[in-house]
Design a protein around this ligand. Structure first.
Ligand SMILES: [Zn+2]
Ligand SMILES: [Zn+2]
Length: 409
């Protein structure tokens, strides 16, 4: 959704004020990074270089781009063109999590779709028209629920990076809009080639998990699993989840996962201690009846656990060393929120809708709202509006205008 010229100018005025009194200090050597900026698209131009942080801030104050991104790679000559002339030195590892990639129930409330082919429309997040089957236009929003779910997935990734790889150079920032960015910045990974980055990504996201190679295999009679004490990484995470189910999973939960009739389930779950022991020693407990039943039963459970544990990281960009990513602590023009750097020790409490607000609330602005679901910005709650005028604080107005849902009056 593009925004109008007046809207863009007004937002840039707010940005000018912000950058005049805040110094942006990225967590990397600015002189080795390539930068890109955008006012219409997220990136209208790239191949920009700065000698130092001061020069970069000067640029932000003078040009106030609505979107400002920096390279995940370092170069000897970051502003040179074409890419090959920049002389690549190395790249951070970057993982992006977006609320769009998670299926949360709140989308039924705040997202809507419209079919440009037949005119049908409705609530929720879907890709194909329910009437004619063609592609639809989505009106996507975020809320506490989906951003919290995104944060949980981000935390899951951070744990794996720390536990399985002992990475220490981790930092995380809010994207300024729909999710979180995780950066790994340390010399061991800096020169990893593209294929290694994709391989790592596949491990982290559990892409096309190969069960036999993890030690989960049906041998014709029994379903084998790796003994718990020897299991590592993804195999260990899967086993932990099965153990949790055996220890504490309710009959309803088992039923949802397996569809096994309740009566049979009750019998199956009668001796949880025995199941627990079998699992510790490398066997998934057999289901009464033919052995094929056991195979089907556990294959189904493994499939569900995979769905639950896999991380929705965008695979297509993971090997892209030329990627530009929003510079931490700059303002995101679609929301008026900061791509705020977060402290890994206490980002549990971070509330994007309050803690990332860039603009002071005192100033008010009259806007005309086309369409908005219920939103919260800071302490302010706006109930759903449709083609209505509203006098709003700067943070609320910037959010609705930047999102393309309102015009200034
Ligand atoms: Zn349609
Ligand atoms: Zn939501």
């Amino acid at each position: 959704m593009g925004i109008g010229q007046n809207e863009s100018l007004w937002l840039k005025g707010l940005l000018r004020k912000y950058y005049a009194s805040h110094l942006v200090n990225p967590p990397y050597d600015v002189s080795k990074r390539e930068f890109g900026f955008g006012n219409i698209k997220k990136i209208d131009a790239r191949h920009v270089g700065f000698d130092d942080v001061q020069e970069m801030n000067q640029y932000l104050r003078n040009n106030t781009p609505l979107y400002f991104s920096g390279s995940i790679s370092e170069y000897a000559l970051p502003a040179a063109q074409p890419m090959e002339k920049k002389q690549w030195l190395g790249s951070d590892l970057i993982y992006e999590f977006d609320a769009d990639d998670l299926q949360t129930d709140c989308k039924q409330v705040h997202d809507s779709w419209k079919c440009p082919h037949c005119g049908a429309q409705g609530k929720g997040h879907l890709l194909k028209c329910t009437t004619c089957g063609k592609g639809v236009e989505l009106d996507e929003w975020t809320c506490d629920v989906c951003l919290h779910a995104t944060k949980e997935k981000t935390k899951q990734l951070i744990r794996i990076l720390q536990d399985d790889f002992q990475f220490t150079g981790l930092s995380v920032n809010f994207s300024g809009s729909k999710g979180y960015h995780v950066h790994v910045r340390q010399k061991e990974i800096f020169s990893l080639p593209k294929h290694a980055r994709i391989e790592l990504m596949d491990y982290l996201s559990m892409h096309e998990l190969d069960w036999p190679s993890l030690g989960f295999v049906f041998d014709g009679k029994q379903y084998r699993c790796p003994p718990f004490v020897h299991a590592k990484g993804n195999a260990q995470r899967v086993l932990q989840e099965i153990l949790r189910m055996i220890e504490a999973g309710t009959e309803e939960e088992w039923f949802r996962l397996t569809g096994m009739p309740m009566r049979a389930l009750k019998t199956f779950l009668e001796n949880r201690q025995r199941m627990y022991n079998e699992l510790q020693h490398g066997t998934l407990p057999a289901v009464p009846g033919k052995s094929a039943k056991t195979e089907l039963f556990w294959t189904g459970i493994l499939h569900s656990i995979h769905e639950q544990l896999r991380l929705p990281i965008d695979r297509s960009t993971s090997g892209d060393i030329y990627k530009l990513l929003r510079v931490p602590d700059t303002v995101h023009g679609s929301t008026g929120f900061l791509a705020k750097s977060l402290d890994l020790a206490d980002w549990e409490q971070f509330d994007p809708f309050s803690d990332a607000i860039a603009f002071a609330a005192e100033k008010e602005r009259k806007i005309f709202v086309h369409e908005t679901p219920r939103i919260r910005v800071g302490q302010e709650v706006i109930e759903p509006l449709h083609e209505q005028e509203l006098v709003a604080s700067a943070p609320v107005a910037a959010f609705l205008v930047g999102w393309g849902a309102a015009e200034i009056r």
